[in-house]
Design a protein. Structure first.
Length: 346
């Protein structure tokens, strides 16, 4: 707690931004985010857009894994439900994007119920296998869905918000940042409620949670539903951002990437999830830069390094698990602690 930061009311004690300096820094961050797309190249705006979409989906997975302790390696299935659901709702049913977006999340949440209810008696590896099987099932279904010709991919129209077509990187940047901010705000407040604290109790010790009166089955299902809803929102945004989707966009590899975002960012951390999503999104960009540097000197190596993308991600995950189990959030926390306590070491 900051020096001199004392509270005299319960309302003040529950504030998210409890100090003046924190409010000032949040205001500065807001101004930076507003000016960001006008100060850099459009290519890097596209990278941030992709990272923001990934962050929304990764927050849903972190609700499930980091806060409730339920392992899932089939998160891409819920992304697919949201993406294809949004395509059907907008292109086939003619619904506006702002209506189709939450409905896509609801469809994904319904998919979460389908896998959550039968998995109530499962734990650990068995839940992971159940979600993996669900991912394969959804991937097979969309690959053979003749209604939209999903086997060869489908084109998706750009999103329209209040009559404005979101057809540029900058326009989509502001759209996705608004949605990401709402998701972060909701998630931050979720774990200040009875529901969020029940999730954490189940994660820490489900037997003890049941003994103090927490309905474990109910909250596990609710956790799957919320996490799936986030994934559906991310899938819908992804579809309308790329304007073209195929079953390969939602393979098991994508589920592993989202799992990597949560682990490398920090389990049970909202800020860490944002860091992890950005970090994983930047890995292919880093590989591309290394490839460009080695193209002239080592042409053979530069041709093969792209194939090592998944292997490099796996190696980074292992290094984080060994040297920094708390992920990028742990590093960020240590940096903050250092400057708060400087020049003292305690």
């Amino acid at each position: 707690m900051a020096s001199g930061d004392f509270k005299v009311t319960y309302r003040a004690d529950l504030d998210i931004f409890q100090t003046l300096w924190l409010k000032i820094w949040m205001g500065i961050l807001f101004l930076i985010l507003m000016a960001f797309p006008f100060l850099i190249d459009r290519y890097y705006v596209a990278i941030v857009n992709s990272a923001a979409i990934a962050a929304i989906g990764a927050l849903g997975l972190n609700v499930l894994i980091g806060y409730t302790g339920q392992v899932s390696i089939g998160h891409a299935a819920f992304l697919a439900i949201g993406a294809y659901g949004s395509v059907v709702l907008t292109d086939k049913c003619g619904l506006p994007f702002l209506v189709a977006l939450p409905l896509s999340g609801a469809l994904a949440a319904l998919g979460g119920l389908v896998i959550a209810i039968p998995s109530l008696r499962l734990r650990g590896l068995y839940i992971a296998m159940a979600t993996l099987a669900f991912n394969f099932i959804i991937e097979f279904v969309i690959a053979h869905w003749e209604m939209v010709g999903a086997d060869v991919g489908i084109e998706v129209q750009s999103a329209h918000v209040l009559g404005l077509e979101i057809n540029s990187e900058i326009k989509f940047y502001f759209l996705v940042m608004v949605i990401l901010s709402l998701v972060v705000f909701f998630t931050r407040n979720l774990f200040r409620t009875k529901i969020g604290r029940s999730f954490i109790a189940i994660r820490d010790r489900d037997l003890s949670a049941e003994l103090i009166g927490i309905n474990i089955s109910r909250y596990k299902v609710l956790s799957f539903t919320i996490g799936s809803f986030y994934a559906g929102i991310a899938g819908s945004l992804f579809a309308h951002y790329t304007n073209y989707i195929t079953p390969e966009n939602f393979s098991v590899t994508i589920s592993i990437e989202y799992l990597a975002m949560v682990i490398m960012g920090g389990l049970g951390s909202i800020v860490g999830t944002l860091f992890g999503a950005l970090f994983i999104t930047l890995i292919p960009e880093g590989i591309r830069m290394v490839t460009d540097l080695l193209r002239e000197s080592y042409p053979v190596f530069s041709e093969k390094i792209v194939d090592f993308n998944l292997g490099i991600s796996g190696l980074i995950i292992v290094c984080f698990l060994i040297f920094e189990p708390e992920g990028l959030y742990g590093i960020w926390k240590n940096i903050k602690t250092y400057f708060k306590t400087w020049p003292y070491k305690y």
